[in-house]
Write a protein that binds this ligand. Structure first.
Ligand SMILES: NC(=O)c1ccc[n+]([C@@H]2O[C@H](COP(=O)([O-])OP(=O)(O)OC[C@H]3O[C@@H](n4cnc5c(N)ncnc54)[C@H](OP(=O)(O)O)[C@@H]3O)[C@@H](O)[C@H]2O)c1
Length: 291
């Protein structure tokens, strides 16, 4: 039995779908407030809980052989990205789990001081790697599925908001490809006890994304490109009355200010270990957004 956390999220939902297609039993950890009816239709065993509650994690891990941690916090980084994963790893050990798969983030090892999520992911990676469990850690760059809502609004307006440096490089990855690697890794010897940077097959510049939308929808993009210092100004002002939110924006700023791409060697390594060709961003977006 697999336990999937973040089962209603972009990666988690796809992981549950794949496990269901392969007729592998899966327990989906969801919140009562989550939209989880699709998971029920896929015959997942629904476990309702909150990852901020240790007793829920304890109960969810009973009788589990594999854990796939795909949840993300949005805001509660310390409790959800950090503590919940530490507790999941401890419970995995207590229950003799055979393999623990963690979704981290590309750049987790770059010591970004201002990005709490990156710091939390790195701390969890280290804890897992020294836990004695079999593990695989994936560090994806941006997920292609994040762009789907932007594509929908582009379809109607032709507008694309690009904050900060338009020439920065990125290797946005197909969320479907990530889910496939996540499910496959437990059966691939070369993926045991490894950390994989994960990106799409091409290194793009951020300004290429509206051009891709332009081709898909056959309309000229109108790019709005405010400089990053405007966000800094807003963040400074926000900090005067909401320091917590100011801190949360640090991760967002880091994502906008830095480059996140994989080298051709890293992509070739993934394709060789997992045995399939990674999908381009344009292909992913066309499949989901095609008119
Ligand atoms: N998005 C990206 O571009 C990107 C890039 C690199 C790495 N990652 C990492 O990849 C992983 C998956 O990202 P994603 O975009 O697929 O996630 P997502 O769509 O944002 O989903 C987050 C999931 O976590 C669940 N969750 C949050 N707090 C919870 C709590 N207290 N108890 C139980 N469940 C909780 C959410 O449940 P609800 O449905 O109830 O909200 C949801 O299922 C995350 O670890 C993220 O940090 C993402």
């Amino acid at each position: 039995m697999f336990l999937v956390t973040g089962a209603t999220g972009a990666i988690g939902r796809r992981v549950v779908r794949l496990l269901h297609q392969r007729k592998i039993p899966v327990r989906a950890f969801v919140r009562l407030t989550s939209h989880y009816s699709e998971l029920e239709h896929r015959e997942a065993e629904i476990f309702i809980g909150d990852l901020q509650q240790e007793k829920d994690i304890y109960k969810a891990c009973q009788g589990i052989e594999y854990i796939i941690s795909t949840h993300g916090s949005g805001r509660n980084t310390l409790a959800v990205d950090y503590r919940a994963n530490i507790e999941l790893i401890d419970q995995a050990k207590a229950n003799g789990v055979q393999h623990f798969v963690l979704i981290s983030v590309l750049g987790a090892d770059r010591d970004y001081e201002d990005a709490l999520v990156f710091k939390a992911k790195r701390a969890v990676e280290k804890y897992l790697a020294t836990s004695g469990l079999n593990y695989t850690i994936f560090r994806p760059s941006g997920l292609a599925s994040n762009l789907l809502p932007l594509g929908e609004s582009f379809r109607h307006t032709g507008l694309y908001l690009l904050i900060g440096e338009s020439k920065h490089r990125t290797s946005i990855v197909s969320t479907d490809d990530v889910a496939k690697m996540v499910v496959d890794c437990v059966n691939i010897t070369a993926a045991q006890n490894q950390i994989f940077p994960v990106g799409g097959p091409e290194i793009l510049m951020r300004e290429d994304i509206p051009q891709i939308f332009g081709r898909i929808f056959n309309r000229e993009p109108i790019i709005i490109n405010p400089p990053l210092f405007l966000l800094d100004g807003l963040r400074g002002a926000l900090g005067l009355f909401n320091p917590e939110e100011q801190q949360n924006l640090g991760t967002f700023r880091t994502l906008l200010a830095s480059e996140f791409f994989c080298t051709p060697e890293e992509i070739a390594n993934l394709e060789s270990i997992f045995g399939f060709k990674l999908e381009t961003l344009e292909n992913f977006l066309s499949r989901y957004l095609a008119v």
